[in-house]
Write a protein that binds this ligand. Structure first.
Ligand code: ATP
Ligand code: MG
Length: 562
């Protein structure tokens, strides 16, 4: 459950951080603002083929954050040019997640599919300039013609088609006269370029696929490397920030906006994508976990998706804080997931009221406490924050404590309850164990204790000291609840954190937990600290009125050293 001990990059100390937090992006933007750019304009361009994950959250915080910092604006654009994998379900979830993270695209929600007509016209323009041609090579032939990293490619035999022929063929591609995959539109750049992306890349392919927005209007679809720069330019984006794997595509990005003759072309800047220990990040892999039923949907609280983190009980503040702390760099590195946990702990510490909850109950009978008597004790809601007020909790003859807080034959230095030992019940009295009641097989059924009325919490009692303090709940009034404890979905190899395997024990469901009475009305979506156990969030999907189900957001202890 705790963060692993892997020592990883990306979690530098404060001074290291200050230099890595995207200083290169700030430098570029500040220079551009001095020169031709009046106002910066960024965009977050997800492909609606899955739910957003924490890596996307980093990109969202960066794009919307930069715009805010420099008095600019940021668009949300669905990069929906690959219809077979995309869906409105994903569009809706993306909008919800960006909003929840605290960002506002105002009236600037765009879809690359809205530009299909414009993209077609720009392709015609390229053809007319002799910069694009219709190619009849099959994908297999195209591979052979492309050459290798050490060998120049070979020009397609269709490369020298006339402008007129190209225009006619491209038009026929659009009107559906050719079979899927039988032809492509390619940029005419340089088959001997050392950059493979410049060897006459494909701009359009034929695919009879139903699009979630344009329906069957199109049977040709633009490629990402063509659609993306033009979409950016059409929206007036000044800085097109993307992840490092697109660095080699930048010459093509620049080629497209130049050849299409945009007056103020956008500028692509790459940064390192977020990778986290114990976490799979690719949408494709996350989709497999969902489709194969290994998790309970995209918002399973173990998922690194924004919706999963939300359901787990993460807050937008914690995720934004995390994005700030990891910063932005040019070098790929693996961030310790313990840092993310540190951020949510820091945030919840101040916000979440603390209550007592027993996850694995052991019955305690206080034999000298009057039967039928119930006494109300006043306790603080958050010992760290007196402004959060106080509440009353019942104390009575029968209580529950945590099984692990009692041992019949304790080792040395065990300060909790054992026969003959006295401990403090948090906010209540001292109790001393007098008897252990067992079944025929020797299993402990309940323990008997006596309490000392002199030792009431807050009474100023100083007669003697005890070493252990236990949390507890009064049995009769306690709320029985289900609590779900999570471990990482993936186990990272200690030596090579990027190598991971599935953790078969990532979920533990405890169905017989006893919580303070007020937890009966705990509202879905609210969060509490269970003293000594961590932070718990009332599940928004499975809780019913009067029957809350709790997800553990994070435990209290951390392996992260700030
Ligand atoms: P994945 O590889 O996880 O499926 P993707 O890059 O295909 O993600 P997109 O929808 O294309 O997903 O991404 C939208 C934006 O989010 C892009 O600008 C991309 O660079 C950025 N992004 C995606 N993954 C990460 C990540 N791990 N860290 C930072 N930014 C990311
Ligand atoms: Mg992508």
């Amino acid at each position: 459950m705790e963060g692993n001990e892997v020592n990883v990059n990306g979690v530098g100390n404060e001074s290291e951080r200050a230099t890595t937090i995207g200083s290169f992006i700030h430098n570029i933007i500040q220079e551009d603002l001095k020169a031709e750019v009046n106002k910066i304009h960024t965009r977050f361009p997800p492909e609606p083929n899955g739910y957003l994950h924490i890596g996307h959250a980093k990109s969202i915080c960066l794009n919307f954050g930069l715009a805010k910092q420099y008095g600019g604006i940021c668009n949300l654009r669905m990069d929906d040019t690959n219809p077979t994998k995309e869906d409105v379900e994903f569009v809706d979830s993306i909008k919800e997640d960006v909003q929840w993270l605290g960002f506002d695209w105002e009236d600037r929600l765009y879809f690359a599919s809205d530009y299909f007509e414009a993209l077609y016209e720009y392709a015609v323009k390229l053809i007319k300039k002799g910069k694009a041609y219709v190619c009849d090579l099959t994908s297999e032939e195209m591979r052979q013609y492309r050459g290798t990293l050490t060998e120049a490619g070979k020009e397609s035999p269709y490369r020298s088609r006339s402008v007129e022929e190209n225009i006619e063929l491209f038009h026929k591609m659009r009107t559906g006269e050719f079979a899927d995959g039988s032809r492509t539109l390619r940029a005419k750049v340089d088959m001997s370029s050392p950059n493979m992306n410049m060897r006459d890349p494909v701009l359009y392919r034929i695919a009879r696929a139903h699009h979630h927005r344009t329906g069957d209007a199109w049977c040709i679809y633009p490629m990402y490397d063509y659609a993306h720069p033009i979409s950016d330019a059409l929206e007036g984006i000044t800085h097109s920030i993307c992840t490092l794997e697109f660095e080699d595509h930048r010459p093509l990005y620049d080629w497209v906006v130049r050849e299409c003759e945009f007056q103020i072309p956008p500028r692509q800047i790459e940064f390192a994508r977020l990778e986290l220990t114990n976490t799979v990040m690719s949408k494709r892999k996350l989709k497999t976990l969902v489709d194969e039923g290994i998790v309970d949907g995209w918002d399973d609280p173990r998922m690194p998706t924004v919706s999963g983190l939300r359901r787990r009980g993460y807050t937008p503040e914690a995720i934004r804080d995390f994005a700030d702390r990891i910063g932005v760099s040019k070098a790929n590195s693996m961030v310790d997931v313990a840092l993310l946990e540190h951020c949510i702990r820091e945030d919840l510490k101040a916000k979440a009221p603390g209550i007592m909850g027993v996850l694995r109950p052991l019955k305690v009978v206080i034999t000298n406490y009057p039967e039928g008597q119930v006494e109300m004790l006043e306790v603080e809601n958050n010992p760290e924050d007196p402004t959060m007020g106080t509440r009353q909790i019942p104390f009575s003859r029968v209580l529950y404590i945590e099984q692990e807080d009692f041992m019949e034959n304790p080792p040395k230095k065990y300060f909790r309850l054992f026969p003959g030992n006295e401990v403090r019940l948090r906010q209540a009295y001292f109790i001393k164990c007098t008897d252990v009641i067992k079944d025929e097989d020797g299993n402990v059924l309940e323990i008997h204790c006596t309490y000392d009325p002199e030792t009431k919490s807050g009474s100023g009692f100083t007669g003697r000291k005890v070493k252990g303090t236990l949390h507890w709940v009064s049995a009769e009034q306690a709320v029985k609840a289900e609590v779900r404890l999570y471990d990482y979905l993936m186990l990272s190899d200690v030596e090579k954190p990027s190598e991971m395997k599935m953790n078969d024990h990532s979920l533990e469901v405890l169905t017989e937990c006893y919580l303070e009475p007020m937890m009966k009305d705990a509202e879905a979506g609210s969060t509490y600290q269970f003293i000594r156990h961590g932070f718990f969030h009332v599940d928004t999907k499975d809780s019913e009125k009067g029957k809350p189900v709790f997800n553990r957001v994070v435990s209290l202890r951390s392996s992260y050293k700030p």
